[in-house]
Design a protein around this ligand. Structure first.
Ligand code: NAD
Length: 415
């Protein structure tokens, strides 16, 4: 298990628990999972045959409120990944100050290999399987890698049909026309930009900075687009097969529009030298944004990273070994639990709007997003700066763990 995301999440937790002074019983509670749901379910394919898929939904901790977290469709999902991602969601919601606990889900599938109707069948059947444990007051799924607004619409409809009436607050990340929030699609990328701009405020903000973005999906693509619009030079981008470098800046906006229309970078004809995706991680830039998958920055490549600052768009892109190397080398890492919290923050706004049958304008959403993220980020900076030898990740997880343990102690154990 040496390199699993769960091992990373547990090592990070114990480092935070040491700082927060948790005793052994508190550690046992906070490393336990409230619900671990695993299912094998049949799906009817286009030719009338059936295929069985494996899916998971893990609720980590609900001390601060109903659990919240995305659903991932990927051929590489494992139960340990889902547990790690659920645990990170708990600390993320806590450090951001949202009234949620953490959860995550996944189905072992490459969605690109399924037709739309098979994808819909899979989503509806999986939703039916997890219906007993999800709900607007219990556990609220959202998109993650390989899932999108359409899939959330099918989930919302399936859940609602089993109840007999429409329940929009059961998932977030829905299409805007179905009660989704303005600004949710851009929220994670926008949050990354807000935090980066704040972090660099003494150095003139993001304008003129050179950037490498690893992974050009919902998180990385929107982030690259917004950074380009804000005057940064996005010199490196990649998807899972193709990297692109251009010293004057790649047209990240156009490249991402090509991907949004269903393309892959291999077929994009925009200017730039084609390179290996993994080389994007070693780019000589001001800011590296890992925005693809876990564990891309490891003990093996951390010594070769040339960026001065790492802004974690993905969840868990940095292993503890890489963290140590970055700390020794003076490379600052703005950790996932705050850097990419824009998505869950606007998901919270969507849930609030759904429960009140209200619709906020995008300007309001973006302003409220900034109002949540910047104080959370500043709290982490202050904690790290007032503590000797404390990284931003340690400070962030420390604050998150502290809030969850306080809530647990206040509530007490029933019965
Ligand atoms: P996505 O599926 O929209 O995009 C993923 C991108 O990464 C794609 O461009 C894909 O080609 C690329 N990629 C995949 N494997 C790669 C590899 N090995 N090397 C290089 N590129 C690779 O997914 P997303 O929603 O953007 O999520 C990306 C990460 O951000 C995940 O870790 C996810 O958990 C995290 N995250 C997502 C959200 C959200 O709102 N979507 C919020 C917070 C965190």
């Amino acid at each position: 298990m040496a390199d699993s995301a769960l091992n990373t999440a547990l090592r990070q937790f114990h480092a935070a628990a040491d700082r927060a002074g948790l005793d052994d019983s508190q550690r046992v509670i906070l490393t336990s999972f409230k619900t671990v749901f695993q299912t094998e379910f049949p799906v009817e394919m286009d030719d009338g045959s059936f295929r069985v898929f494996q899916g998971y939904r893990v609720l980590h901790n609900s001390a601060l409120g109903p659990t919240k977290g995305g659903i991932r469709y990927s051929p590489n999902v494992t139960i340990d990944d889902v547990k790690a991602l659920a645990m990170w969601m708990t600390w993320k919601c806590a450090v951001t100050g949202l009234p949620f606990g953490g959860a995550k889900g996944g189905v072992i599938v490459d969605p690109a290999t399924l037709s739309q109707s098979a994808l819909q069948n899979l989503t509806r059947r999986f939703t039916a399987e997890i219906t007993p444990i999800i709900g607007p007051d219990k556990d609220i799924p959202a998109p993650d890698m390989g899932t999108n607004a359409q899939i959330m619409a099918w989930m919302m409809d399936t859940y609602s049909m089993s109840a007999g009436y429409t329940i929009p607050a059961v998932v977030t990340g829905k299409p805007v026309s179905l009660g989704g929030s303005e600004g949710r699609y851009e929220a994670t990328g926008r949050g990354l930009m807000y935090i980066l701009d704040e972090h660099l405020s003494d150095a003139g903000g993001v304008r003129g900075k050179t950037v490498a973005v690893h992974g050009l999906g919902n998180v990385g693509g929107v982030c690259a687009r917004l950074l380009q619009q804000a005057g940064a030079h996005v010199q490196y981008i990649c998807d899972k097969d193709t990297g692109i470098f251009r010293a004057e800046g790649v047209d990240a906006d156009a490249a991402f529009a090509f991907i949004e229309a269903g393309g892959v970078l291999r077929d994009w004809d925009g200017a730039g030298e084609r390179i290996a995706p993994s080389d994007v991680l070693l780019a000589d830039v001001d800011v590296l944004v890992p925005a693809a998958v876990e564990h891309v920055l490891t003990g093996d490549n951390a010594g070769k990273v040339r960026a001065r600052l790492i802004l974690e768009g993905a969840n868990g892109p940095t292993t503890p070994e890489a963290d140590e190397v970055f700390q020794q080398r003076g490379i600052t890492v703005i950790p996932d639990v705050v850097a990419n919290a824009g998505g869950v923050t606007v998901s919270y706004f969507e849930w609030v709007q759904a429960r009140q049958y209200l619709h906020w304008r995008e300007a309001q959403v973006n302003e409220e997003l900034r109002n949540v993220l910047i104080p959370a980020y500043r709290g982490i900076i202050n904690r790290a700066m007032s503590t000797p030898d404390c990284t931003l990740r340690e400070a962030a997880q420390w604050i998150g763990v502290e809030r969850v343990v306080q809530a647990t102690m206040l509530r007490g154990i029933y019965p």
